[in-house]
Design a protein around this ligand. Sequence first.
Ligand code: FAD
Ligand code: MEZ
Length: 596
Amino acid sequence: MFSATLKRTSLALALSGFIAGSAYAAPEVLADFHQEMGDCSTCHVSKKGPTDDNLTHENQQCTSCHGTMDDMAAQDAEKKLKVSPHKSHLIGEIACTSCHKGHEKSVAYCDACHSFDFDLPFAGKWERKFVPIDVNKDAQEKAIAAGPRDTTDVVIVGSGGAGLAAAVSAHNNGAKVILLEKEPVAGGNTKLAAGGMNAAETQFQAKLGIKDKVSTMIDDTMKGGRNINDPALVKELAQNSSDSIDWLTSMGADMSDIGRMGGASVNRSHRPTGGAGVGAHVAQVLYNAAVKSGADIRLNSRVVRILEDAAGNVTGVLVEGKYTGYYVIKSKAVIMATGGFGKNNDRVAKYDPALKGFAATNHPGATGDGLDVALAAGADTRDLKYIQAHPTWSPVGGVMVTEAVRGNGAILVNREGKRFVNEITTRDKASAAILKQTGASAFLVFDDSVRKSLKKIENYIHLGIVTEGKTVKELAEKMNMPVPALEKTIASYNGFVKTGKDTEFARPNLPRDLVSAPYYAIEVKPAVHHSMGGLKIDTKAEVMNKKGSTIKGLFAAGEATGGVHGANRLGGNAISDIVTFGRIAGKSAAEFVKAK
Ligand code: FAD
Ligand code: MEZ
């Protein structure tokens, strides 16, 4: 390893020249900046460049000099940075090279969603172009002709909750796993999930005296999905939900806090104590378990083709390693856990033209190329035209504001200071109602008791998207709303809380009155959130072909699939879906391999 002291000294010298604007000519990229420290071997183990797509050696070189992410975050704290770009809801071991590039402009991964104001050295502008799976046909064919580079029992595509749950479950059922993720960081949309994971008849509901039934979860899910869901999949979801909570808990997850999501008859959305975000926690627990199980997790590794023999049995995948190029992994089973396509507006608008130009709540990798890969292998799909807009996305911060804020008592008001909808109706209805208001946006309004009930709100305050008023009057003035109207709206809502009946919009849960100053408001509007449609699967997570039979050796789970949520997903049902069907897919694939 390069001498840390020498590197630090030359880095300091170079930086001082760079910052002071001396005769030192500012380099374009990090590799040029580090040039005087040596040749390619300063960063790479081989003169040819990276030898694995996780850039393991290269990242070790960064940390040997600059310290780990924790060290960097500590330095950010010392510098009193408002936001440490080195500490966030990302899961796993975050590689320095996720943001800091050697031979191209560096790009802060968080910039894909957030609008932080910070300077990244040698920074470029964040942009992601969708690259079709079938470019470079010649190179792909050459890699296939070269034969497999690796062999395993089960290949899992996607490192979100569905993929990670499948990895743990496949291992527990005796299979060897390679998990491939095209992004430089793990966790997909799962790491962003906020409000909770739905489950019925759980130990935690029992402790809080919440009376729920599996059959009620089924009814709510079917009704929310406008009854076009696959009833067998919904039954599987609800019947396994409590066991999935116990499974996560057995691996160290905290799912003890429970709130209400839109369209649910009772409180069944489980999340960590105090109402902290559910997704990063669940994803981290599953990631740790997958690593412990020995799963070989490869980042920057996009699957572009499922390989099949002449009889249509799956034989492996073709991978596009960002740094190592195309190569084949031989396996008896493949699990597609590639998530949705919310961040690819061209694809969204193709299926639902009304959503053209909409922003999205999703992570940058939600482009839907996994769907293309499965389609090319003969998979059937369903319900692709049903794409959900989440009603409350902040145009200021570029982030989704969790439904749990409404579930815990916030109301929605328009620019005229009036409520206009049952705040915890289903998302399709809430989004449509917001779009009808002046300016096609609305405001979440709540008081300090709602803030204290949900840890997640501190993140929104931290991001600077919350306006605060010492009184309702001050809040209305800051929001340019008519003061008497907002005062009247809050007074009448508090009256409904007292009587237990919302006679205006029939909101079914009225958890608390809004009387504790200070008061808060967040501007919100709908943004593309969830792909309800996707690959057609059966209750064993086997993927169906267009003839209605299964593709032997191909399994799928999570947002990449269709049928569980029908035309409209209920808040909290996706995390339940990915954990339960991820587990099922892992078990089914391992059993399939054993039986071969
Ligand atoms: P993901 O977590 O998206 O993972 C899929 C992974 O596959 C991605 O990392 C992607 O990069 C990778 N991938 C795709 N194609 C390829 C390829 N060809 N090769 C290799 N890798 C590939 N649901 C709830 O139930 N409760 C909540 O509180 C909640 N909050 C949410 C908040 C936000 C901001 C968002 C965006 C969603 C939320 N959801 C919530 C929805 C839920 O998070 C997702 O539906 C769910 O996490 C999807 O999990 P997944 O594993 O199927 O996909
Ligand atoms: O299920 C979801 O998408 C969800 C609960 C999101 C949220 O508002 O937190």
